[in-house]
Design a binder for this molecule. Structure first.
Ligand code: PLP
Length: 392
């Protein structure tokens, strides 16, 4: 075990599905230099700091548009995170494209940031909701989609990559089969690792968070909205545009961006997306994949470890959920941190339906999630620690 000068184990961060760490140096540099460098109120004045801020935000929008193949970057609106983006999408459609009595399809792998708004509207809309089931490998049973589609299915909301099992959903396949329904995608775990092309995949609303594989700071995120589609904004207020009127502007992105934005977060996100695009999705994915395969291979020789998730050879992200026989999930996570310096996340990962489907409710699993800055030595440390804990 690597030790620090104080004799404590060197930290090994493998909780990248929660938030990525470390951030690329240019993200840290961007955020730090900006906070001490200029005032941060874009689009509100004609002075140089305000103009500089507007340019930084425009550049970040352009980076994201490039990453998602969106021709017009003004179709991207910034929010505080993907939760806000999904809420803006789900509640924003209600009363417009989505009406009481309409039908929505989602999956059993969804995060509560999708499930809770949908369950709210199921009760108070009311909407009717069908759930695409999940098989024992934690993958969505896509073959069930045609059976669930109805004449009044107006919306399909799906997770691109599961934060519990790492399973990857065939978004383009849903895009081809969705009929008249709108397709909303939660790209929290996939953006920055897997290719996302809003045109090719026929996505109507893509929700992303800044602080995971896009390497931005927490408090950054947003959504892409297909041209021609409109949401009722969750908030209204000052935008720095059309200030002569008391009516919210009806054009993007201002329609959804009332209030002084998180310029620091957006600037960091822009730098993070720049890093992703320069490094290349393939290089990032292949590195994470290699570490994940090493880990999965190593787990096979450990006694008492059960892994939940896609079978070998199936598409997956570097997210591995497991249990250790005879030990509680919180006990394992606690020992990994305190004794081995290894940071993971135990529990339900805000996705109770996924755990119900896999039979791991209510205690959940211990989740290891590898990121671009992890190394083979990190994987080896995780395997050694699990081996030792399993033997106790
Ligand atoms: C699949 C998925 N959706 C949504 C979220 C919520 O992300 P945020 O807290 O950034 O809004 C997460 C984060 O854990 C996630 O993994």
């Amino acid at each position: 075990m690597n030790k620090t000068m104080s004799g404590k184990p060197a930290p090994v961060y493998v909780d990248n599905a929660a938030t990525s760490f470390p951030k690329p140096p240019e993200v840290v540099e961007t955020v730090c230099s900006l906070l001490g460098g200029i005032s941060l109120s874009p689009g509100r004045a004609a002075h140089r700091y305000s103009l500089e801020c507007s340019r930084i935000i425009f550049d970040a929008r352009e980076e994201l548009a490039g990453l998602f193949n969106c021709a017009d970057s003004s179709r991207i609106a910034f929010t505080g995170n993907v939760t806000e983006a999904l809420n803006a999408g789900i509640f924003g459609l209600f009363g417009g494209k989505l009406h009481p009595g309409d039908h929505v399809i989602t999956t059993a792998l969804e995060h509560n940031s999708v499930m809770r708004p949908l369950r709210y509207l199921e009760k108070h809309g009311p909407l009717s909701i069908s759930i695409l089931p999940v098989n024992e490998n934690g993958e969505v049973a896509m073959e069930e989609l045609p059976r669930l589609l109805r004449d009044n299915t107006r919306l399909i909301v799906v997770n691109h990559v599961s934060n519990v099992t790492g399973a990857v959903l065939d978004i383009a396949g849903i895009g081809r089969r969705k009929g008249e329904a709108l397709l909303m995608v939660d790209a929290a775990q996939s953006a920055g690792v897997f290719p996302i092309d809003v045109e090719e995949m026929n996505i109507d609303l893509l929700a992303f968070t800044g602080h995971k594989s896009l390497f931005g700071p927490p408090g950054s995120g947003g959504f892409y909205l297909r041209p021609g589609l409109m949401l009722r904004p969750l908030k209204m207020g000052g935008t720095g545009s059309n200030s002569e009127t008391e009516i919210q502007p009806d054009f993007m992105p201002d329609l959804y961006e009332a209030g002084t934005p998180n310029t620091l977060g957006i600037a960091g996100l822009g730098a993070g997306v720049g890093f992703v695009r320069r490094t290349g999705l393939t290089a990032i994915r292949e590195h994470e994949q290699r570490l994940c395969n090493l880990f999965l291979d190593g787990l096979q020789s450990l006694n008492g470890v059960t892994v939940f998730g896609p079978a070998a050879g199936r598409p997956r992200a570097a997210v591995v959920s497991l249990r250790v026989k005879g030990k509680s999930e919180s006990e394992i996570a606690h020992a990994l941190d305190r004794e081995f310096g290894i940071m993971v996340r135990a529990g339900l990962h805000c996705a109770p339906a996924a755990h119900r489907a896999m039979g791991t409710f209510a205690h959940g699993t211990v989740r290891f999630s590898f990121g671009f800055f992890n190394t083979e030595a990190d994987v080896a440390a995780c395997l050694r620690a699990l081996d030792e804990l399993g033997r106790r």
